[in-house]
Design a protein. Structure first.
Length: 388
């Protein structure tokens, strides 16, 4: 093994600093030109030098997961450690997003919290495990995944690859709390259709934007009280949100179409099809009362289910034991946001989400992470693998 063993502390922060400086904006976001490939090369090189079995798993053109495995002689079970390599846009941070700055125990930069803190901590844990595998009872599979910030296609590809995994820890900023439940989502487009006309004589047309403006409050009234009343003890209520609207082509033309994109957050146990059926029923009611509204719902362009992992699962127990051993405490919680864990859980893998940093720092103009949490996470990931 060529990678020199360093104290966990300096290794975790050195890795994090390196990773933040590498652009890995998801191509879905503005400025996302390079994708995850440079981070993938860094991660693959690091894992190869630890002596792990490393392979690239193609997901999308030019975008591959890195899968690295620490094989333990005689072990029949495997624990998966996953963190994602992509980040959201640099937009709000500008080029400073790629210049990691360490100050007062925090490290600032795009991805410092989401998700390179978990990535660095997992690599550090792998290094410690590779240097001292004695006592490990399971194989350790590490997945550095692509596309978490958009459609989680990296995790989906891995989950469908048929790898045999007995429990997974998904690294995301959870403030070192053990997340056993979170929401899923289903996303789709809904459009109104009218008729174009010259705007000097708008009565000859049928304005699709006006239709949408009429439709939205009616659907909100029909759906939001129902969703708010439906709550899960750990993750709160189901929600929906219209996040994007497009319509029309020019100021002097009555618009023919208007389209919105909708993000419906699913509770654990709710299915995408049930959520869509509920929306369809609401649209149908609106149509009956306002036949002039010409509404169409598209098929969803993304969906993942929620997470609800039993507390007595082996991976939950291993992680909780590790938290208590390293930090003297362990807290089990649910969160409203979704993660790669949904994709693994859909494939029958028991999952927990756990990592350094606070999700309220993710995706912001001032993204940062507390360095001591990164170091603690590295120790906890290592210990959890040993407990599993
Ligand atoms: Zn993330």
């Amino acid at each position: 093994m060529e990678v020199a063993e360093r104290p966990i502390q300096s290794e975790a922060i050195r890795l994090l600093t390196d990773l933040v400086a590498i652009d890995s904006v998801n191509p879905y976001f503005p400025g996302g030109t390079r994708g995850e490939s440079d981070v993938a090369a860094y991660v693959a090189d690091y894992c190869s030098r630890l002596g792990l079995d490393v392979r690239q798993q193609p997901v999308l053109p030019g975008r591959s997961n890195v899968v690295a495995e620490l094989k333990v002689p005689g072990a029949s079970r495997a624990i998966l450690l996953d963190s994602h390599m992509d980040t959201v846009s640099l937009d709000q941070m500008g080029p400073d997003g790629l210049r990691p700055r360490s100050r007062n125990g925090t490290l600032t930069g795009r991805g410092s919290c989401d998700d390179k803190a978990s990535l660095a901590a997992m690599l550090t844990a792998l290094s410690a495990l590779a240097h001292d595998p004695a006592g490990l009872r399971c194989n350790v599979v590490f997945l550095a995944s692509v596309d978490e910030e958009y459609l989680m296609r990296g995790a989906e590809t891995f989950a469908r690859s048929g790898a045999t995994i007995d429990g997974a820890i998904v690294g995301e900023p959870t403030r070192l709390e053990v997340v056993v439940a979170h929401k899923g989502f289903v996303r789709w487009k809904m459009r109104t259709e009218g008729k174009s006309a010259h705007s000097s004589n708008p009565s000859l047309g049928d304005n699709a934007i006006y239709q949408m403006a009429e439709l939205i409050p009616l659907l909100r009234q029909a759906l939001e009280p129902r969703l708010a009343a439906r709550a899960h003890p750990l993750v709160g209520p189901a929600t929906w949100s219209i996040g994007k609207i497009t319509g029309g082509s020019s100021v002097n033309i009555v618009p023919e179409t208007c389209t919105v994109e909708i993000d419906r957050r699913l509770l654990p146990g709710e299915t995408a099809s049930a959520a869509l059926a509920e929306v369809d029923a609401a649209i149908e009611n609106v149509r009956r009362e306002r036949p002039h509204l010409n509404v169409r719902r598209d098929e969803p362009f993304g969906a993942v289910s929620g997470l609800d992992t039993p507390a007595d699962s082996a991976v939950v127990r291993a992680l909780e034991a590790a938290c208590r051993a390293i930090r003297g405490e362990s807290k089990r919680v649910g969160v409203p946001y979704g993660t790669n864990a949904s994709k693994f859980a859909d494939a029958g893998i028991r999952c927990v989400v756990f990592g350094p940093g606070d999700v309220s720092q993710a995706h912001t103009a001032d993204e940062f992470v507390a360095e001591d949490q990164v170091i603690a996470a590295a120790r906890i990931y290592e210990r959890a693998a040993r407990e599993f």
